[in-house]
Design a protein around this ligand. Structure first.
Ligand SMILES: *Cc1c(COP(=O)(O)O)cnc(C)c1O
Length: 376
């Protein structure tokens, strides 16, 4: 992805750093690319990746739908012009009051993975469509979900039978192979497991119709990720192999792959210091004001010095500006920056449209949330 429009904005306006600049045209292009590469019955953009109104409108303009996780995200989507039927409440962790809020506003599609949540759905969202989230144990992604979400195939069968018995519409299954998943084979494993649940439920007279293959599609940060076409090929092959009688409706729930490449963060060097034989570079952005995904150095962003200084480069430890000892971005992942780098020099951090603003704290050390500018 090139960032001409973003660079032009930064040159013309020179906003104070740190800031994120988002180009909604890239969001629209990515949603269309999903439709072209992986035909589907709905792309539900995961709002948590970047809930900026301009991003939501760009998704909508490209025919996208929305995966929401809270009343506030529902409100944001409705205010951006989305119809309530185009919202899917995908978070399995929700209060009865949150379910009631969604139902009152017309949301009728939910995901669950527990008995208690299913009971709340039956009570607060009667008659709604329910998909059950399976836990998938494939290859680990850059930011895996671990054991927090999803149930076993046996539990999924049980939950969907209960859903039917309680007057809900047992629509299908959902899974998420982990965010920034660079192994397309992870989808094959999950589709195989899903197919077994479809078959078992058919034996109980319940015909599921929908398979939500989640998000997790990776993008190239410092190293390339598979292109969307490679993920699509693996998913198509998996459906053919594991659903020989015909594939269910496929729905997608990408977040990162829709919005990451639409954003660029500009930051300034606060300080350069030699400590314990390492050159530490402190930026005005860190773990708490936009770069939360550097936790465990999970996401290795790409940094580009702005307009020089060029010249020879050398190793650095990269850290954020706060007084917190964990506010270190990279000390194990090798990074090199120009030896001439000085306080006041600027860097661009590429492909930072996803999981940056939305993770930014309110006022840690008095630092304001990451300021975001969306281009027209
Ligand atoms: C976060 C999330 C997504 C989006 O995941 P990406 O890795 O950003 O594509 C999709 N579905 C659910 C339920 C999520 O929690």
């Amino acid at each position: 992805m090139t960032h001409h429009r973003i660079h032009r904005f930064l040159t013309e306006h020179a906003p104070p750093t740190p800031c994120l600049v988002v180009d909604p045209a890239v969001v629209t292009a990515r949603v269309r690319e999903f439709a072209a590469e992986l035909p589907h019955h709905g792309l539900y953009y995961a709002v948590k990746a970047n809930p900026q109104p301009a991003v939501l409108r760009a998704v909508l303009a490209a025919g996208g739908l929305f995966d929401v996780a809270s009343p506030a995200e529902i409100t944001a989507c409705l205010e951006a012009g989305a119809a309530p039927e185009s919202l899917s409440y995908g978070n399995p962790i929700k209060k009865p009051a949150d379910i009631a809020f969604a139902f009152e506003r017309g949301v009728r599609i939910f995901t669950t993975d527990s008995e208690a949540d299913l009971e709340h759905l039956a009570r607060c969202a009667p008659g709604s469509s329910v998909s059950v989230r399976l836990r998938v144990d494939g290859p680990a992604s850059a930011t895996p979900f671990g054991a927090k979400f999803g149930c076993s195939p046996g539990q999924a069968v049980d939950l969907l039978r209960r859903a039917a018995a309680q007057g809900l519409d047992p629509a299908g299954l959902a899974f998420h192979v982990g965010s920034q998943q660079t192994e397309p084979a992870a989808w094959d494993t999950a589709i195989a497991t899903s197919a077994k649940v479809f078959t078992e439920l058919a034996g109980h007279g319940i015909r599921l119709r929908r398979l939500n293959v989640g998000g997790g599609f990776g993008i190239g940060y410092r190293t390339p990720a598979p292109p969307l076409s490679a993920y699509a090929a693996t998913i198509r092959a998996g459906l053919e192999a594991h659903f020989p009688g015909g594939a269910p409706e496929i729905v997608l729930e990408p977040g990162r792959a829709v919005v990451a490449e639409a954003g660029l963060i500009r930051t300034e060097v606060v300080l350069v210091a030699q400590r314990g034989g390492h050159r530490w570079v402190y930026l005005d952005i860190g773990r708490y004001n936009g770069l939360a995904e550097t936790e465990n150095e999970a996401i290795p962003y790409r940094f580009e010095p702005v307009g020089g200084p060029g010249g020879p480069v050398g190793p650095v430890v990269l850290a954020g500006p706060t007084c917190d000892g964990d506010d270190v971005l990279y000390q194990r992942t090798p990074y090199e920056l120009p030896l001439a780098l000085r306080p006041g020099d600027q860097l661009d951090i590429l492909d930072t449209g996803a999981y940056t603003t939305s993770y930014s704290s309110v006022s840690f050390n008095g630092i304001e949330p990451l300021r975001t500018y969306c281009l027209d």
